[in-house]
Design a protein around this ligand. Structure first.
Ligand code: TYD
Length: 189
């Protein structure tokens, strides 16, 4: 199984990745968890630039794709080939949303990615009201003013909300972590 968590910042994705991994491991699955951007060299450049703000939107988009290509080749495909379950914190739907906001066409981004990145079996989009997300990330993103951040997260949410696929489930992530986890488990075989 290939499972992906998506959503705007502050929705609690990483907590849910860990809870789901533990639950599936208990059932005897081999479970691998990972995230994008990765901790590899391209991911590191992306994280550094998030702090210093030096990359152009095009360079940033290119780096997300390089990072993902490496992730697919080195981790995702080998895990799927040997029948492991892989759970990701963000994948190419985040590129559609976040780089979509920076002026790229989300559908074009999707095509570029689906040419090399396998489609997941399940995508959980965690949703919280923007105010909740802003409160949760409060300390994390000091530079942007609240208005800019609100507008950014709203646009991001809209791109996630417009994704039409059957393999996507939207989860109300304003509930407790345990309730969110239960809602996710209920959607899995
Ligand atoms: P995030 O999961 O929030 O990482 P951290 O644990 O460091 O907070 O991801 C970092 C940021 O990267 C997040 O704001 C979304 C952004 N991002 C993109 O812009 N494009 C992408 O393709 C991905 C995967 C992430």
């Amino acid at each position: 199984m290939f499972i992906v968590f998506e959503g705007i910042d502050g929705t609690g994705k990483s907590t849910q990745v860990q809870m789901l991994a533990a639950a599936l491991q208990k059932k005897g699955h081999e479970v691998i968890t990972s995230k994008e951007p990765t901790d590899g060299p391209y991911g590191k450049r992306l994280r550094d630039s998030a702090e210093t703000g030096r990359l152009s939107p095009q360079d940033e988009l290119d780096l997300f794709h390089l990072d993902r290509k490496e992730h697919v080749t080195e981790l995702i495909n080998p895990a799927l080939e040997r029948g492991a379950t892989i759970i990701l914190d963000r994948y190419y739907f985040s590129t559609m949303a976040y780089q979509g906001i920076r002026g790229f066409d989300p559908q074009e981004i999707r095509q570029i990615n689906e040419a090399f990145a396998p489609q997941p079996h399940h995508v959980f989009i965690l949703e919280v009201p923007i105010d909740t997300a802003l409160t949760r990330i409060g300390g994390r993103d000091g530079q942007a003013n609240e208005f800019e951040q609100r507008e950014f997260l709203e646009k991001c949410h809209e791109i996630f909300a417009a994704l039409p696929d059957d393999f996507i489930t939207r989860i109300d992530a304003s509930q407790s972590p345990e309730e969110v986890h239960a809602a996710i488990l209920a959607k899995l075989p």
